[in-house]
Write a protein that binds this ligand. Structure first.
Ligand code: CUA
Length: 134
């Protein structure tokens, strides 16, 4: 019957203790934290369009929509999801969103920005979450 030398076992235990006390998180804790970070989607608002005009997310997926004004004041509004943010001149505004319901939700500019304001529209598409295991 094979036996590890007593001294080798003691060294292995010491190395494990050192790794834990150094504050290195276990590998699975790191990946869990990364997957809970929202996906970042960048949108530019400028007279008189959102670019891209269509934003696609998956139901239940946390996203952070970074809306930047490419010129003056605009608004980013998704009335059906009760989202309405001012996008001041030259600024970027972060909008955190986790859409629960699949569907298509119009995006509107909610601040008067000129002659084409009423035409300034986009579409948020919330896709059905794929079944587990796909
Ligand atoms: Cu852009 Cu109103």
């Amino acid at each position: 019957m094979f036996m590890y030398p007593r001294r080798a076992i003691r060294i292995a235990i010491a190395a494990t203790t050192l790794a834990l006390s150094a504050g290195a998180p276990p590998a699975d804790a790191v990946s869990a934290r990364q997957s809970s970070q929202p996906r970042v989607i960048e949108v530019v608002a400028r007279r008189y369009a959102f670019e891209p005009a269509q934003v696609e997310v998956v139901a239940g997926e946390p996203v952070r929509i970074m809306v930047r004004s490419g010129d003056g004041l605009h608004g980013f509004s998704v009335p059906k999801l009760r989202i309405k943010k001012e996008i001041p001149r030259g600024e970027t505004v972060a909008i955190e969103l986790t859409a629960d319901t699949p569907g298509e939700f119009p995006i509107l500019c909610s601040e008067f920005c000129g002659d084409g304001h009423e035409e300034m529209k986009g579409l948020l598409i919330v896709k059905t979450r794929p079944a587990k295991g796909q």
